[in-house]
Design a protein around this ligand. Structure first.
Ligand SMILES: C[S@@+](CC[C@H](N)C(=O)[O-])C[C@H]1O[C@@H](n2cnc3c(N)ncnc32)[C@H](O)[C@@H]1O
Ligand code: SF4
Length: 366
């Protein structure tokens, strides 16, 4: 099982981002950690989770690095017995807040992998994106992480803005190469509802050709693409947590706005921070949780699960089992195999080109 913890705080809001995060509620950070602990205890009891059950931990956000590392100490005290030994423990970080001391303290708490929201090393582009860091801050944060010796350091890059071109992206990759970063998540910009970018949709370009050039260049630098947005220098740097999602492992989601899935039930945690915290923190969760007050539940049908497994499998090197499909769908897969759009290894089917995965899935399920 996987464990995801959501930290819904950011120091500022980036113009493209629709993640569940608050920028003006710093005073609630302390309470938030306490509530996370309560929620963890509640979910562990609800789902009868045994000690040493979790295969990976991922702390995401929002911006986990805008919480003092000290606040995580108590949380880890409760989490640790439930984590298997020697597992990957990722924490997302913003270069602006993830200073040397913060990184050092998180490493001491057992974080093995830092994933930095770098987005670009171009100061003009960073300004357009509404980031609160610049190239210098990003380089310093990444150097610190390398100095501290995290098992893995990853960078998020965004591409597909109006003025993006392959030359700029290659320049970003030069920095990544020179810092010997082994993992990269490269996201094609999505114009999300309710963001500043939504009102400026001209900022997004049709990036199919750019993606291809970019992916080819990454390959020439020795990066293996193991998902549509994920690249690593060696297999050992692949994100085990994300592979767990694509492999359809169950995951416990914890925190304001988090999502979890246990068996065929997906649950959505309360998105509103004040509601999540409850008026009375001392009683809060235990009392209301009897009625599952904080969650919306969704029961996934067999069709839902099949679609999700196929989509996730086609987007990544994980693939999907042919026999989850019905006869008609399998016939379409055979056609796509002949057309060289898919390939088969044993009982599993894989996409040849991750960029086509959504179209292929639509064709198979139509
Ligand atoms: C939770 S953030 C990472 C950590 C931290 N909050 C930060 O931004 O520095 C996750 C990543 O999602 C990506 N992302 C967020 N919104 C996006 C969008 N609209 N389009 C493409 N990528 C996006 C960014 O690359 C971002 O780094
Ligand atoms: S990209 Fe990261 S730092 Fe920016 S608003 Fe979103 S979660 Fe916060």
């Amino acid at each position: 099982m996987l464990l995801y913890i959501h930290i819904p705080f950011c120091d500022s809001k980036c113009f493209y981002c629709a993640f569940n995060s608050y920028t003006k509620k710093s005073s609630l950070k302390d309470k938030y950690i306490k509530k996370l602990i309560k929620e963890f205890k509640y979910l562990v009891s609800k789902y009868k989770i045994k000690k040493e059950s979790f295969d990976t931990l991922y702390i995401g956000g929002g911006t986990p690095s805008c919480l003092d590392a000290k606040l995580y100490e108590e949380l880890f005290f409760y989490l640790n017995p439930y984590l298997k030994k020697g597992i990957e423990k990722t924490c997302e970080a913003n270069p602006n807040s993830a200073n040397f001391a913060w990184q050092n303290n998180m490493k001491k708490l057992g974080i093995t992998r830092l994933s930095f929201g770098v987005q670009s090393f171009d100061d003009t582009k960073l300004k357009i994106l509404g980031r609160n860091h610049n190239k210098k801050t990003a380089l310093k944060a990444l150097e610190d992480a390398q100095t501290l010796g995290f098992e893995s350091v990853s960078c998020d890059i965004i591409y597909g803005l109006k003025n993006d071109n392959i030359k700029m992206l290659k320049k970003d990759l030069e920095f990544i190469q020179s810092l010997e970063i082994k993992h990269l998540s490269a996201y094609s910009l999505i114009i999300e509802e309710g963001t500043k970018f939504e009102k400026k949709s001209y900022l997004k370009i049709d990036d199919e050709i750019l993606s291809k050039d970019f992916f080819n260049h990454l390959e020439s630098l020795g990066f293996i693409q193991y998902e549509i947005s994920a690249f690593a220098k060696e297999k050992k740097y692949f994100s085990k947590h994300n592979i767990g999602y694509w492999d359809y492992k169950p995951y416990l989601g914890l925190g304001c706005g988090a999502v979890g899935r246990i068996g065929d039930t997906r649950y959505y945690c309360e998105k509103n921070l004040e509601k999540y915290l409850g008026e009375n923190l001392e009683e809060g969760l235990e009392k209301k949780s009897e009625k599952d007050f904080y969650y919306d539940f969704e029961t996934l049908s067999k069709e839902d699960i099949k679609t999700e497994k196929m989509l996730l499998g086609l987007r990544s090197f994980v693939g999907f089992e042919l026999d989850i499909l019905n006869k008609d769908e399998q016939a379409k897969v055979l056609f796509l195999l002949k057309e060289n759009k898919l390939f088969q290894k044993g009982s599993k089917i894989f996409a040849k080109d991750f960029l086509l995965c959504d179209e292929l899935a639509l064709y198979i399920l139509d």
